[in-house]
Every structure is written in C-alpha cells, then in structure tokens.
Design a binder for this molecule. Structure first.
Ligand SMILES: [Zn+2]
Length: 687
C-alpha cells in the first residue's frame, strides 16, 4: 500500500496471497525419493543435462517434468508444499475456533472463529452482500465538490480502499527515528502504470479486457449495460491520467526520487484544490503535519483532475473503486467476475481457490498476529530459533570477512560498511510482543463488515504511529508467512517462522544443503542492506551518502555489469527481464549465494565430524543443489508476463543460473570448464 521498502525474497502478488504458513520443528512429509541422506531430492534432477550447461535444469528438470501447476495457482514451486501444509494446519485451528473449541487461554480464538465463519457462510453472503454494497455505493452520491470528495476518500481509505492515492505511515528517510505520514501515488485498477501507458506487447489487449471487466462489474452492481459501458470508459480515462502522472517502478527504486518531506502547508500549496487538513481530520488524525510526498508530480496532476474532471465522472470512478475494492467480499457473481479478470486473464489461473483457503487468507490478513500466535505455539520451537540465530551469525561473519577483503573498497567506506553490518538487527520466528486486537469488533453476520472493520483497525494502528517514538518491535509479516525481508530504514532482517522449514531448512538435511537453501535466503536479505537501494541508507537507517565518491562509482560500475547480464535474459516468449528493475534482487542473489557458501565453510569447520564428501555429490555440490532445489518452480505464462512488469525478482531459473554463472565456487564445485554456459567469461562481482 504505502512506500515502505520491503525487500522480500519471495514477492507477494495478487489479491489473496497473505496466508501461507509454517511448521518449523515438526517432521515434514518426505518427498518422493532419496532425501534421507542429504536433503537433496535426486528424483528432482535431470541427469541428461550437464550442471555446467544449465544448472537449474539439472537440479530441477525431473521435478519440472512431473509437476503440474494446480488449477487454482499461477505458480507452483518446491516450497509451495509448505504453504499447503500450513493451510491444513490453520484450517484446523480456525475450524476449532469457529466451533467454539478454541484453545483455552487463546485470547482471540472467538474473534478468529467469527471472522472465519462469516467468510465461510457463502449462502448468507449471496443473500445480503449486494444490499450492503448498495449502501456503500449510495455514499458516493454525496460527492459534489473537492470537500465532499476528500470526505469520501478519507472514509474509504480508512476501510482499506485504494481510490485516487494512498496514505500511511513511514519512517522519515532522513531521520529514521521519526515516523511521519506518507502520501503516495495510487488509484489504479490495473497492476501498474505501465499497463496504461505502454503500447507494446500485450498491454493494449489487457487494457481492452480491463475496460470490459469494469463494465461487467458495474452492470452487476446495478447499472444498465449501456451506462456500465460508459462508466468503464470514464474510469479508464481517469485512471490513465493518474497512471501518466505516476512514477515508474524502476524509478521508484531510487529512494531519493520518492522522498520529498514537506509539511501540511507544503502539500496544501502543491495541490491547493484538495482540502488536506479536512482529509486528515476525517481520517481521525487532525494532528498530522509531517509528511513525505513520494511523487509530488502525481499530486499536482491529481489536483488538476479534481479541478477539471466533472464531479459526475469522479462519482463514476469512486463507484468503481467501491465495487472493485470489495469484489472478493461480495456474492458469487462478483467474486467470479473478479477472478475471471485478475485470476484468469492476468495470472493464468484456471480455477478459483477453494473458499476455505480464501477465508484463511482473509483471517491472516485481518488478524495475522492473533492467528500467528496459535500457529507458532503449535509449530515453532526454541531450538529452531537457536539454529537460525547461529546460521545468521555465520552469514554476518562471512559478510564481515568479505568486506575486509574487497579490493575496490577504501578504508573510510569499509569502516562505514562495517558499522552498518554491525548495526543490523535480526528478528527470528515471531514478535516478542504480539499485537493487541481488543478494540477490533467482528461478528458472524457480515463478511464485508468484518473486513472493513479489520481494515479500519489496521489503518488506525498504522496512522497512530505518526509522531510517536519508533516501535522497533513491529513486524511487517505475520509469523506463518513463507518469506523474509530486509528493511533499510530499520536496518533489520526479519525471518518469520514460516520460511524456517523444508526445503529451506530441514533438521535432517546436511549442513551444506541447509546453508545452500536458508543460508542463501539470509545472505540475500543481508546483501539488500548493500544493494543499489540499501547502500544509500546508513547504519542508523538514514538516507545519507556514506560512500567515498570513487568507491560509489566503482559500485555502480559493478552493479551495471549485473544489470546488463539480466537484461539479456528472457522471461517468457520474447519478453526480456528489466535488468534495472530487478537489480537489487539480483545483487542480493549474487551476494546471498557467496555469503552462504562462506558461512557454510566456517560452520562446517566448527561442527564435529562432518565428512567432506558422501555419496553421489560432494558437499560443495550439495550446497548449490540445496539452493537450486529450493527454487524449482513452474509459472503460467500470463503470470510470468505480469511479473516482468511488476516483480523486482527475476524468475527462479535466472535466480539460480544468474548468480551461479558468476560464482567461482560453483565453477570449482562442478569443475566446469571455461566456455561452459554456466561460466561467464567476464563474471560480475559486487559483494
Ligand atoms: Zn530480496
């Protein structure tokens, strides 16, 4: 929603992606073959391909051949099985909660039960949701000038709506101890500005499908077909204007381009038609004065639209965003049309996810840390936390050794980098202090009202941080999430319990395999602190240039090598990756594999009795197989296209072959000869 510099290893995309969950210390299902000895599944391999020719195919070819993407998924990976396992576990918890059999002492069992039960009650939703939608739409009728527009936006933004622009809290880039308001571009129904402004590839076709989708939804909401068509054209006109004023994703990677600290008077001057003070007051936060306006041009353009676009057209746009924002909470016809466009057309999914899975996602979204408590109680042990801490320490030590040996550093920059490294905080498993949901009111009679109440609760919590001392204990992901992130303003790495399990971490696997998999994730997140974006923040999370000019130039030169390398990769059909959009993630992958490898070497030295080789592969080979097999993935072409535009991560194949073809350790492990496809003649090296 708001600009926050979340740098995740796995991208979160789509409407209902939140709830995936973890089982760190419980025994996991054993995959088809030969995992007992090493943790590597040999049935996943494709032995007909040389590891020096295409390592991803070698490591995953067998898995790719026998795996079909489930009908309700746009992408399926070796680690998707974690998600399915966790969903089964959370289903049991929520069904017990809904049946009044919550674990005694679970403070929020009843609320979670109500949330889940209201979502599962499809028959009631089909009977009542359209009436509820009509009430919301009636609220738009009162919009007739800038003042009433601001009033409507405040009310809907509070409840999670996304019309016109976005507003939330953020750390001040220049002084990370301050929490300020963050105004940012927004208001689009398509995934990114590129969908409106670009004429190449499938963009024009998707625009056409989107306009049809808007018309269908408006007709479902009660418009005549002719009026709905006209509405869709109006929506497209306004959104296209917003898109043209929006900053491209690749430009948003530069923190300086999305940081413009001005106060309330400043935004009132830059966008004078919109009554900002009243908007904040209607949100319930009249005292907010410190703001970052991420994209000033966007707000100037928006102000122009408020002045010039007829209010009748604004009402049409706002009605659409009410329907769009609530579609997944409404009756079957809305849910299905919403899926037809966003699931099928944009992502290539064949079937809607079963309702119970959507309801788990919804409960996780509404009360993630309540659901997470029961999850962690059942799954995550002290031992898992200790082992993870230990591995992170080895990865950080590898980074320190790397810094000390880097030829292109000077002493001053090296010292600042070391200070930043020493200052990185780690969060592992789950929060020390859980969120309090006492004030959240939910019931069993309305899924829509529950969702809006949860969104309002979260917006108030978020905006309530502005002007208060920074809370360093906050987590941006719920504990069951199969993901991790680095936050440059916090200068911290966060590993939720969800990711600390097979194939990322397996107690029974060889050390090398675990370091290849979860160690690489840790090295990846750590490198984000020093990628093209992260390197602009200092040890205290402040946006400040701590680089000697020549060393900074050398970093850019080396990073450019990586950008060029990935520009050359094809994602789907003839569609190339954007080497600059994916630069930060690719730098993190390159650094991640290198740091994890050296962390493993050190850990191995200190662990007792680990033999150097065993069976078919050496430990060094197992390390790289551990990395690659964690990323075995199949993606539908529609989803692959979407990701090239909006996802800063490269496709899994390139996340494996890209870094490894630069890695001397990989070349040595598989004794690849110069001239092999997996040995780049002029390898890129940054960290
Ligand atoms: Zn990342």
């Amino acid at each position: 929603m708001l600009h926050r510099c979340r740098l995740m290893i796995v991208p979160a995309l789509g409407l209902l992606v939140a709830a995936t969950n973890a089982v760190a210390e419980t025994p996991t299902t054993t995959p088809a073959a030969a995992t007992a000895a090493t943790g590597i599944d040999e049935s996943n391999l494709d032995p007909s391909v040389s590891p020096c020719d295409d390592f991803y195919q070698f490591a995953c070819g067998g898995w790719i051949q026998r795996t079909e993407i489930p009908a309700d998924r746009s992408r399926w990976g070796a680690f998707s099985e974690i998600e399915e396992r966790n969903l089964a576990l959370l289903r049991k918890t929520l069904e017990d909660d809904a049946a009044g059999k919550a674990v005694p002492g679970d403070a929020y069992g009843a609320k979670l039960g109500d949330t889940y039960a209201a979502c599962m009650d499809e028959a009631r939703i089909d009977r009542t949701a359209v009436g509820e939608l009509k009430t919301l739409l009636a609220g738009v009728a009162g919009v007739h000038d800038a003042g009433t527009l601001a009033r409507h936006l405040a009310a809907t933004h509070l409840q999670g709506g996304g019309a016109a622009f976005s507003f939330g809290s953020q750390q001040d880039f220049a002084d990370a101890t301050q929490v300020i308001g963050g105004l940012d571009q927004g208001g689009l129904g398509l995934p990114d500005r590129d969908y409106y402004v670009k004429d190449d590839g499938k963009f024009p076709e998707i625009r056409g499908q989107y306009v049809e989708h808007v018309a269908k939804m408006m007709a479902l909401a009660g418009e005549t077909e002719a009026a709905a068509k006209q509405d869709a054209a109006t929506v497209m006109r306004i959104e296209t204007a917003l898109a043209h004023a929006s900053l491209a994703l690749v430009d948003r990677r530069d923190p300086k381009r999305v940081y413009h600290r001005i106060d309330l008077a400043g935004i009132q001057q830059a966008a004078p038609t919109f009554p900002w003070r009243q908007y904040l007051s209607d949100l319930g936060f009249p005292g907010i004065t410190a703001l970052n306006v991420a994209v000033p041009d966007f707000f100037a353009a928006l102000d122009g639209l408020v002045r010039t676009v007829p209010m009748a057209d604004w009402r049409t746009y706002l009605r659409w965003h009410v329907v769009h924002g609530t579609a997944a909470l409404l009756s079957k016809a809305f849910v299905e049309e919403n899926f037809r466009f966003y699931g099928k057309a944009l992502n290539g999914e064949k079937e809607l996810r079963p309702r119970w899975k959507r309801c788990i996602a919804s409960a996780d979204h509404a009360m993630g840390e309540a659901l997470g408590q029961s999850f962690v109680r059942q799954t995550f042990g002290e031992e898992g936390k200790q082992r993870t801490k230990e591995a992170v320490a080895y990865v950080e030590a590898a980074m320190l050794a790397d810094l000390k040996g880097l030829s292109w550093m000077d002493e001053a920059t090296r010292k600042a980098a070391e200070e930043k490294l020493a200052n990185i905080a780690n969060k592992i498993g789950y929060p020390d202090a859980w969120r309090n949901y006492d004030a959240l009111k939910v019931g069993r009679t309305s899924y829509l009202k529950n969702a809006m109440a949860a969104a309002a609760f979260e917006t108030r919590r978020d905006l309530g941080k502005i002007g208060k001392p920074l809370d360093r204990t906050e987590w941006l992901m719920s504990p069951p999430t199969v993901n991790a992130y680095y936050d440059p303003s916090m200068n911290e790495m966060v590993f939720p319990a969800g990711i600390l399990q097979r194939p990322f971490y397996d107690r029974a696997a060889r050390l090398a395999v675990n370091y290849g998999a979860i160690g690489m994730v840790m090295g990846h997140e750590l490198t984000h602190g020093f990628d093209d974006e992260g390197r602009q923040f200092d040890a205290h999370g402040n946006l400040r240039d701590w680089w000697s000019p020549d060393v900074g130039k050398e970093f850019d030169r080396r990073a450019e090598c990586v950008a060029k390398q990935y520009d050359g990769y094809v994602a789907v059909d003839d569609l190339h990756l954007n080497g600059h959009l994916t630069l930060g993630e690719n730098l993190a992958d390159l650094g991640g594999i290198k740091l994890a490898y050296h962390a493993w070497l050190a850990a191995q030295k200190e662990s007792l009795g680990a033999p150097a080789t065993q069976g078919r592969f050496t430990d060094a080979q197992l390390f790289f197989l551990g990395t690659a097999q964690a990323w075995c993935t199949k993606t539908r072409p529609e989803n692959a296209r979407l990701r090239v535009t909006v996802d800063p991560h490269s496709p899994p194949e390139h996340r494996v072959n890209g870094p490894m073809s630069n890695s001397p350790e990989f070349r040595d492990a598989f004794q690849c000869k110069a001239g092999s496809r997996m040995v780049r003649p002029e390898p890129c090296a940054v960290w």
